[in-house]
Design a protein around this ligand. Structure first.
Ligand code: GLN
Length: 559
């Protein structure tokens, strides 16, 4: 965030801010940490975000989206916690595998070193060996880029959880070693409302006590509450917790969007208090992009309904980046986006899709269909039905990764007439494996090692919708998949009209397909949702929503 080549910071520093949570989970710690990051970037500081995840998985790649929400993929192909997606949407610092620390990684390293005899016969213990490894990883992220000014480290879980203890202990040691003005503790808690509308501060008092038992005195409290806390309540909390009254902030419930939270914190002067406590002088806040975003939000007119056909639709977190990117697309095109989550499995049994997918009217139906990424066969028959419906009824369709493969399967089955056309992921013995593993992958059995992961280039065909969106011949997006469009079907598919709109630069793999004679039917093998921001939507999400809006209006549907 250097402007005009100038450094805004008067003092070279590398500050640490630890964000922990108490009382209960799901208070929005990731959004709070990211919002603080956005505010500090607004002050011209270079911010890096780090997530510590107390689970024993080495990474999120093997976790079910049902259990843990989406797997967020970084440029360098790390499969990380979905909070890194929040960081990417709110802040602009680089994110890679170094920004995601799990208990699994920490133990894996320590145990490997122990097996290699690197502890020279000493007894290997949680303190200091596990905590040292955590500290090393946090400092490695802090020192990776010499221009980093502040590192915000979010500690997953809730204070009091057994799993979080080594991370809090590492934070305690780092705060002690760095000195109070170089390392801060921000603690997020809940202020519940009981019958009669009274706000209760006791859980917050207990939560801060739990932090103090870990040896950490929070410097700043962010209280999740239904409304902004008044002066008296803040004073009461301050009295019980040793926190300054002006360092007690409220993250109150918003009925606008989570992207307003940086501005809500700004109005309460969170950035000023943080900078003062760290002894940092900075430029005046520049939050123009966030105010512009809120203006766009307020100016939206009409609502488009997007049907998301997936197998994990019960859990919002499972497709978080996709849902956010749709919202960003709406901001950019001036419409609200209503998510209509449709279980793909349910569609398999429905005789007609008429009642579920459209046509859209004022009362119901949907204006556009999106099939997101996914693994495994369940629900894919329903997804193919939805794709065929969108294709034949001229409803805009956006296929992401699996959603693109579904377009190809539909084309094989319903245009080329190969009833058993399928991906070998779902049917190994199909006579028409239109999606399959590459030859060199077939014998690899170890999950995790065989995926195309992370950022890579695609070559876009001029004159296509994809080109119209990116306005570039070479684009870079992230991948996370194992199966590919089978090259032996390229000829039959294109001769029958399917457009291949992008390839890998060596032209060996298909990266995107489009339907001919259709308002907007596009599938991409990569994941554009991971790079979409509220202050700058992914071009594909922007153009999908624009096509949905224009098609609905052209068909005389009110929005
Ligand atoms: N299951 C498909 C594959 O592995 C698609 C993956 C995805 O959608 N992320 O190729």
């Amino acid at each position: 965030m250097k402007q005009d080549g100038q450094r805004w910071i008067t003092k070279k520093m590398n500050k640490l801010i630890f964000v922990s949570g108490g009382v209960c989970s799901s208070l929005g710690k990731g959004v709070a940490a990211s919002s603080l990051g956005a505010l500090l970037e607004g002050r011209g500081l270079n911010v890096r975000m780090v997530k510590c995840d107390p689970y024993l998985n080495v990474d999120a790649g093997t976790m079910s989206p049902y259990q843990h929400g989406e797997v967020y993929v970084t440029d360098d192909g790390a499969e990380t916690d979905l909070d890194l997606g929040n960081y990417a949407r709110f802040t602009s610092g680089a994110l890679s595998r170094i920004n995601s620390i799990t208990t699994g990684q920490v133990y894996e390293t320590v145990i490997r070193k122990e097996r290699e005899g690197r502890y020279l016969g000493r007894c290997v213990q949680v303190i200091p060996h596990i905590t040292d490894e955590i500290k090393n990883r946090i400092l490695a992220a802090a020192q990776e880029d010499p221009d980093t000014d502040v590192v915000i480290v979010e500690i997953g879980g809730t204070v009091g959880d057994i799993e979080s203890v080594p991370f809090l202990e590492a934070a305690r040691q780092l705060i002690h070693e760095a000195g109070r003005s170089n390392a801060l503790s921000v603690h997020l808690t809940l202020i519940p409302e009981v019958a009669g509308g009274e706000l209760k501060t006791k859980p917050t008092q207990h939560s801060v006590k739990a932090m103090q038992e870990q040896g950490i005195q929070p410097d700043i409290l962010i209280c999740r509450a239904p409304v902004i806390l008044d002066e008296a309540t803040r004073r009461k909390i301050a009295l019980f917790t040793n926190v300054d009254p002006d360092a007690v902030f409220t993250s109150y419930d918003v009925d606008t969007t989570i992207y307003e939270i940086p501005l809500i914190f700004f109005e309460q002067k969170l950035d000023q208090v943080v900078l003062k406590k760290m002894g940092v002088e900075s430029r005046h806040a520049n939050l123009e992009s966030w105010y512009t975003m809120m203006e766009k939000f307020q100016r939206r007119q009409g609502t488009v309904r997007i049907g998301i056909i997936g197998k994990y639709i019960d859990l919002h977190d499972a497709y978080q980046s996709v849902y956010e990117a749709l919202f960003h697309g709406g901001l950019e095109t001036g419409v609200a986006v209503e998510l209509v989550k449709i279980d793909a499995g349910g569609l398999e049994e429905s005789a007609s899709l008429e009642g579920i997918l459209g046509p859209a009217t004022q009362e119901g139906g949907i204006h556009g269909i999106l099939v997101p990424g996914g693994f495994g066969q369940r629900g894919t028959k329903g997804m193919v039905k939805a794709a065929a419906w969108a294709r034949t009824h001229k409803i805009p369709y956006f296929g992401i990764c699996l959603g693109m493969q579904i377009m190809v399967i539909d084309w094989g089955r319903n245009v080329l007439g190969w009833e058993d056309a399928d991906s070998t992921e779902f049917n190994q013995s199909t006579k028409h494996p239109v999606i399959s593993l590459l030859d060199e992958q077939v014998d690899v059995k170890n999950y995790g090692g065989t995926m195309r992961l992370g950022k890579s280039a695609s070559l876009v065909e001029p004159g296509t919708r994809l080109f119209a969106s990116y306005q570039a011949r070479t684009i870079f997006e992230r991948h996370r998949h194992r199966y590919e469009f089978s090259n032996s079907y390229r000829k039959a598919m294109t001769e029958s009209g399917l457009c291949i709109s992008a390839l890998t630069p060596d032209r060996s793999l298909v990266e995107a397909v489009e339907w001919p004679d259709h308002p907007w039917g596009l599938g991409v093998q990569f994941h554009p949702e991971f790079t979409s921001k509220p202050t700058g939507a992914s071009p594909l999400f922007r153009d999908f929503i624009a096509a949905v809006r224009d098609t609905a209006l052209a068909q005389g549907q009110g929005l």
